[in-house]
Every structure is written in C-alpha cells, then in structure tokens.
Design a protein around this ligand. Structure first.
Ligand SMILES: Cc1ncc(C[n+]2csc(CCOP(=O)(O)OP(=O)(O)O)c2C)c(N)n1
Ligand code: SF4
Ligand SMILES: [Mg+2]
Length: 310
C-alpha cells in the first residue's frame, strides 16, 4: 500500500497531492464525492488508468490506503484485502466494530474489458466490496483510444477518421445486473445529491456494491474544463446517461429527464463529435444515436405499471 492512515484531520478527506490530474476531470470529481461519503476507513484497489496518477508511490491525497493492481485484477486484489482484514480482525488487530470499505476503482477499459472476468468472479463469490467504474469512454491514460464503452460516433485516437467509433457503447449495467449484485447504480458527479443518496443506500447492503459513473473528460472528449458540470447535466437531460439503481432484482430510474433534450445538444458541445456537424452534417449517424436513446427510454416506460410522462 502506498500510504498509511494519517492523523485525524477535518474534512475534506481528499488532500492536495503532488500529482497533476487534468482540470475538470469528471472521474476525479466522482471519486472525491464517494470518498467524502464513505469516510476514511477505505482501502482503494486501483487498476492501471488515469486515476492511478492520483497516488504515485509513496504519496496519496487520501487519508486512507491505496493499492495498485494490474488492469485485469483489481477485484481479485479486493478479495485478498477483504480476507486480510478478516484475518486481522480475528487476531484482534482490527476492532470488531470497525467497518473498513474495500473500494475497487477502475476505468471503463478495465471494467468492460480485461477486468470483466475478475469482476464476474468477485460477484459470483458475493464479495463484500464496492466497485466504482469511472467511465470516461476510452483508454484515457494511454491517449484516449477506443474502449468497449466508447459511444457510437465518437472520435478517439484509434477512431480518428471517418464517422468515429462504429460500435454502440457496451451495456455494462446489464452485464453487472445479470450477476444480481446487492446494489448497482449509475451516477455522475454533476448530480451530487443523487450520488449521495445512492452511496447511503449501498452502505446498508452486504455484498457487492457496484457503481458506474459517467466521467466527462475534457482532454479526451474535447471541451473546456470549466464546462465539465454542463456536459454532465447535458448527459442526464438528453437521456444519454440514465441515472438508475437496482436493488433486489428491480431497476428504477432515479431521475427522468422531462422533457428530454435532443442528443444533438450534448454532441455539439464536444469536439469528439464535431465531425458529425461539419464540414458535412451526418444526419444518418445523429439520428441513429438519437433513436437508440429514445428506444431505450421507451422500452423502459413500456415496462412500467403506470406510464410516466416522457
Ligand atoms: C494488460 C495491460 N494492457 C495495457 C496496459 C496499458 N494501460 C495502462 S492504463 C490503460 C488505459 C486504461 O483505460 P481505462 O480502464 O478506461 O482507464 P482510464 O485510463 O481511461 O482512466 C492502458 C491501456 C496495461 N497497464 N496493462
Ligand atoms: S484524461 Fe480525462 S479521465 Fe484522464 S485525468 Fe484527464 S480528464 Fe481525467
Ligand atoms: Mg477510460
């Protein structure tokens, strides 16, 4: 672990560090919020990615511990930590009442791809841990290549020409939901109250507690860092990022955008989608993206006993 537990200091728990993250990083924003809610009794298990730069050995901005794993194995690392904490508890070296949260922290590349099998195993074993996937929709740390979470139409360093990424975003929520974790939610830093309520609810659950956070990324998506909050709100108000929660096998939407803005408002605000508007407008791609969002919401509305207004 790269850092020990510090002396008691007042909030905020996240202190300045010698590291440099991009200004306006949506991933950092969501980690900070979750840390504030969980408190300092946290061990982060971080798979290689942008946020690894938060804690270059031997420093960390957290008043907690941090362990760094390969991209594929953060949930396996979490298993080891949960087991180690139990051993220390049985030896009386950790008090029985003290609850230490083991929090896996990975990007979308690790969560959707190389780390998926390790996650599936941890879910099958009903490991008592948190998993926060900050989803910046690309392999950010290595120059924003296309990942399985990159949305259709987005240009990345590996889809730098033509219409951008040709695949729709992988549905990690459904993949994780199929394992029926104790708690599963989508969040975003731009909706702090929604996030706070979800962390509070998850705290009451024993077993896997899974969070997927859309993480607006000024560097990879191409927008001014000062607009990070606006981009986050647009993701929610256009229905691109559905805020959901799943407990006891039932999924609910925690915020329904009414009326839903056109996805174009969200796309136009980011450089990665500019080729859809100039020099030639790509109505075919824009309409396909819009239709996918509309269909997803309509599908959900159809499943409701009383149809909410869209
Ligand atoms: C097996 C393996 N392949 C490639 C890398 C190089 N690598 C380090 S971070 C990273 C990007 C990870 O993407 P993501 O999980 O989305 O996190 P982000 O960088 O976007 O924060 C890659 C490819 C690695 N560390 N291990
Ligand atoms: S590249 Fe994006 S996700 Fe990575 S630190 Fe910068 S803003 Fe954050
Ligand atoms: Mg990523």
């Amino acid at each position: 672990m790269s850092a020990g537990r510090g002396a008691v200091t007042p909030r905020p728990h996240l202190m300045a560090s010698g590291t440099s993250m991009c200004p306006g990083c949506g991933g950092l924003q969501v980690v900070k919020q979750i840390y504030e809610h969980l408190g300092r009794d946290v061990v982060f298990v971080n798979a290689a990615g942008c946020l690894t730069l938060l804690a270059p050995y031997p420093t960390t901005p957290f008043q907690s511990s941090w362990i760094y794993t390969s991209m594929a194995s953060a949930p396996a690392g979490a298993q080891g930590l949960v087991d180690a904490i139990e051993v220390l508890r049985s030896k009386g070296r950790i008090s029985g009442r003290r609850r230490i949260h083991v929090v896996v922290l990975t990007g979308d590349g690790a969560a959707n791809g190389i780390g998926l099998s390790s996650t599936s195993g941890a879910l099958d074993r009903r490991l008592d841990f948190y998993y926060l996937c900050y989803d910046n929709e690309g392999y950010g740390n290595t120059g924003h290549q296309t990942s399985p979470a990159t949305p259709e139409g987005a240009r990345t360093s590996t889809d730098a020409l033509g219409p951008g990424c040709s695949q729709p975003k992988k549905d990690l929520f459904s993949i994780w939901a199929a394992h029926e974790p104790s708690y599963l939610a989508t969040v975003i830093g731009a909706e702090p109250q929604d996030l706070a309520r979800k962390v509070e609810r998850a705290r009451g659950c024993q077993g896997p507690k899974m969070f997927i956070a859309l993480a607006p990324c000024p560097t990879g998506w191409g927008f001014d860092p000062k607009d990070a909050g606006r981009i986050g709100h647009l993701a929610v108000s256009t229905g691109v990022w559905a805020l959901r929660e799943r407990v006891d096998g039932k999924t609910v939407h925690t915020k329904i955008p009414r009326p839903r803005r056109l996805v174009e408002d969200y796309l136009r605000a980011q450089k990665r989608f500019q080729h859809l508007f100039s020099p030639v407008r790509r109505d075919d791609v824009i309409q396909r993206i819009q239709a996918r969002i509309t269909d997803a919401w309509e599908d959900w509305f159809r499943g409701q006993p009383t149809r909410p207004r869209a």
